[in-house]
Design a protein around this ligand. Structure first.
Ligand SMILES: Cc1cc2nc3c(=O)[nH]c(=O)nc-3n(C[C@H](O)[C@H](O)[C@H](O)COP(=O)(O)OP(=O)(O)OC[C@H]3O[C@@H](n4cnc5c(N)ncnc54)[C@H](O)[C@@H]3O)c2cc1C
Length: 385
């Protein structure tokens, strides 16, 4: 059977490019075709998260912080993360670095096109594109976003972000969650907060963020953010960049591995994104390392590791939020106040030890957690919706 390439990577976003970048650098790598719908990449986002391990995109660092804040009315918590800095990675730099490395590698080809489907045959996998062309490969790594329909306790994390410049911006430390904004547009079962990242003197990324189900219109969130900024900065600001997104805070649905392990699902919609936080960039980097090493050894590609204990905790945490929306701010504040920071960071980054998990559980109020645990085991005991 003639193959077009050993590996077909579907989707050239964060996960597809991260994997192809590793394969471009590794000796003994298989031949690859990367299929992406976009013709042109634009600087459409920044990726933030705690760097708990090195990754190859340190040169795309915009800035990093060693202290984070959480705010609620009359309360401010300072969270030290000096051991695992909270970093911001520039997507424009990431895309350029990946594409130039991939294009310089003789064994990787890029195709522009929309994937329509994948068929498994005994000797190969066949990917069909919307333009009618077909590609045959031995392995398929599928990073395409998959539409999700979320049910309780899972929610969407919707956000509208504006990077703004203003002479009135003086803060230097980021606020991870500011619940004191007291949103006028949130329904009682929705949780709104502000995320505020000072990038340089006079330049800050603000994101109006909402945990909700169903997903919210990002334009409404952007309008709320403008009203907030108009008040905060007295209208004295300039918008440098927009970003918005809707991330499913939910575990992946379906099996991560198909066709006897020859077709694997990867990326944010297939287990890389932490259900209770929406962070995915650093988990994608860890997965890319493992998957590229396996492929270079001639082995099958690896899906993201399934972590049942973390998934169970995410469910309990999201159930607690679902059952007590007004207590959500207090729950987050208590967690960041009481939990040792290194353990909490490893937990939020999806890479905790058993004792980290114990410390996180120990820091949370027991009654809401126990009732949520009971509700998640016996969903009808007081089903939220
Ligand atoms: C605005 C924004 C900000 C974010 N910020 C953070 C953050 O700060 N920290 C963090 O950890 N995570 C963040 N995330 C979440 C997550 O890290 C990103 O969504 C990340 O890009 C996910 O990588 P991915 O490869 O799974 O998906 P994507 O990067 O979305 O890649 C999927 C690719 O598939 C392509 N595609 C789609 N359909 C087809 C098709 N039919 N055929 C071919 N190609 C197709 C798309 O064009 C895209 O390039 C953010 C998400 C968004 C949207």
């Amino acid at each position: 059977m003639n193959l077009d390439a050993e590996v077909l990577i579907l989707g050239g976003g964060c996960a597809g490019l991260s994997l192809a970048y590793r394969l471009a650098n590794q000796p003994g790598s298989p031949t690859v075709i990367l299929i992406e719908a976009r013709r042109r990449y634009v600087n459409d986002r920044t990726w933030c998260g705690w760097r708990i391990e090195p990754h190859p995109f340190a040169h795309c660092l915009v800035t990093q912080w060693h202290t984070l804040r959480l705010r609620d009315t009359g309360r401010e918590i300072e969270f030290n993360c000096a051991d695992y800095p909270y970093e911001m990675i520039d997507a424009g730099c990431f895309y350029t670095s990946c594409l130039s490395r991939i294009d310089a590698a003789g064994h990787i080809e890029r195709r522009v096109g929309r994937v329509a489907g994948v068929d498994a045959h005994r000797s190969h996998l066949e990917v069909s594109l919307e333009n009618g062309s077909r590609l045959r490969g031995r392995w398929v790594v599928d990073t395409l976003p998959r539409p999700a329909r979320l049910v309780a306790p899972w929610r969407w994390q919707d956000f509208a972000g504006l990077e703004v410049s203003s002479p009135r911006l003086e803060d230097t430390e980021p606020t991870l969650m500011d619940f004191s904004i007291k949103s006028e547009i949130a329904e009682p079962d929705q949780l709104d907060f502000l995320y505020r990242l000072p990038i340089a003197p006079g330049r800050t990324l603000f994101e109006w963020t909402r945990f909700a189900r169903p997903a919210s219109d990002p334009h409404l969130l952007e309008q709320a953010l403008h009203r907030y900024l108009d008040q905060l900065l007295d209208g004295d600001y300039r918008v440098l960049r927009h970003e918005h997104g809707s991330l499913p805070m939910a575990p992946p649905s379906g099996r991560p591995s198909r066709a006897g392990g020859r077709h694997i699902l990867a990326g944010a919609y297939a287990g890389a994104m932490r259900a209770s936080t929406g962070y995915a960039f650093h988990a994608i980097q860890r997965w890319s390392d493992h998957c590229a090493s396996a492929l270079s050894r001639g082995e099958a590609p690896r899906p993201a590791p399934s972590r049942r204990a973390i998934a169970a905790l995410d469910r309990i945490f999201m159930t607690a939020l679902e059952r007590h929306p007004p207590d959500a701010a207090a729950l987050f504040c208590q967690l960041f106040e009481r939990c040792p920071s290194d353990a909490l960071v490893r937990f939020l980054a999806g890479h905790p030890s058993l004792s980290d998990v114990g410390r996180v559980i120990n820091s949370l109020p027991k009654l809401p957690l126990l009732t949520a645990a009971l509700a998640s085991v016996v969903p009808n005991s007081k089903s939220p919706r």
